[in-house]
Design a protein around this ligand. Structure first.
Ligand SMILES: NC(=O)c1ccc[n+]([C@@H]2O[C@H](COP(=O)([O-])OP(=O)(O)OC[C@H]3O[C@@H](n4cnc5c(N)ncnc54)[C@H](O)[C@@H]3O)[C@@H](O)[C@H]2O)c1
Length: 311
């Protein structure tokens, strides 16, 4: 099983490291535009083989896509972060250009690959990839809900003072501070609704902390996080390559599901060897439905900033 990751920066390299160490794929190709950078990251990861006990082949490439040929899964993390003074439209314009050209190069060399989009604004970049590649919707998956859900479960575990792996919970909607929807009503501790253990105020704080989860880390680190994002991508890639049929919230193209069409946004999906194998339509209550519709409006307004990139 071969995985290509474009963008050997913080998230891309951490994802490669996790996929290698967890033996999810037999070969990983890291690609970056910075001369020698991906080769360096690949060599560094390779030099952990004997101490960590894995044999995954990790190869680096400076923009040579021939090395990516025949990948089963391709992950796009290339892009730039928003800089001071830069408008949202400017950021979308720059990252859209990068994501579109990278996606086209990848498709040329790996015509059967499943695409995982990580670059921000992720829902909009996933929509762009879907519209420009012309692939069936099951092969274009935006990663954001995996990360947001792991942050949600972390904050629930801290509030409950119980092990994180005994907690179940999902975040749907857009992958943004104001657009994500932590489903507190459906979260559970070993099958028991968390509302039996936490007050409404405590649950509201968990939801609020989850929503600013990324911004909190950016404030602490001075740049956006990478361990949890990289691990989240590896979790999604594992579900695809090992046909796990896991239910994972992912940004996917909707055609009427959740009352929305012509948009990529986070909804629960069954993920397996074909990528998105099913979109799970869960029963949201009226308040959750209203939040989802508002989130979709915000994502759609960002999609409008794609302008000529959609042509
Ligand atoms: N979806 C999520 O949950 C999530 C989480 C964290 C970060 N992100 C996003 O992921 C992206 C990467 O974040 P990061 O922290 O790794 O950034 P980073 O700056 O550390 O890495 C980005 C890498 O992309 C490379 N790059 C730029 N243009 C390229 C091109 N045309 N071809 C190949 N490589 C190119 C850069 O050289 C750089 O090494 C950002 O857009 C970030 O906002 C998304």
């Amino acid at each position: 099983m071969k995985v290509t990751i474009v963008g050997a920066g913080n998230v891309g390299a951490t994802c490669a490291d996790a996929i290698a160490y967890r033996r999810i794929a037999s070969e990983i190709v890291l690609v970056d535009i910075r001369e020698g950078f991906a080769e360096g990251k690949a060599l560094d990861i390779t030099q952990t083989q004997t101490t960590l006990g894995f044999n995954t082949k990790v190869v680096g490439s400076t923009n040579d896509y021939t090395k990516t040929a025949g990948s089963d899964v391709v992950v796009i993390t290339s892009g730039i972060p928003r800089k001071p003074g830069m408008t949202r439209e400017e950021l979308i314009g720059i990252n859209a250009g990068i994501v579109k050209s990278v996606a086209e190069n990848l498709l040329q060399h790996s015509p059967n690959a499943i695409f995982v989009i990580v670059s921000n604004p992720m829902d909009t970049m996933t929509y762009l990839a879907f519209k420009s590649l012309g692939l069936p919707k099951n092969r274009i998956i935006g990663m954001g809900g995996t990360l947001d859900s792991s942050r949600f479960k972390t904050y629930l575990s801290l509030a409950l003072d119980k092990p994180a792996n005994d907690i179940s919970g999902m975040v749907i909607g857009g992958h943004g501070d104001t657009t994500m929807i932590p489903l507190t009503r459906l979260a559970s501790y070993n099958g028991v609704p968390v509302s039996q253990f936490l007050s409404e105020d405590a649950l509201a704080k968990v939801a609020a902390d989850t929503m600013v989860g990324g911004a909190t880390l950016t404030g602490l680190l001075g740049t956006s996080a990478w361990y949890a994002p990289g691990a989240s991508v590896s979790y999604l890639v594992d579900a695809i390559l090992n046909d796990q049929k896991k239910m994972i919230p992912c940004s996917v193209y909707l055609e009427g599901e959740y009352g929305q069409s012509d948009i990529c946004i986070g909804v629960p999906c069954i993920i397996g060897k074909n990528g998105v194998e099913q979109i799970v339509d869960i029963n949201l209550n009226d308040a959750e439905k209203a939040l989802f519709a508002k989130s979709a409006d915000a994502v759609r307004s960002m999609n409008n900033d794609l302008g000529s990139h959609l042509a």
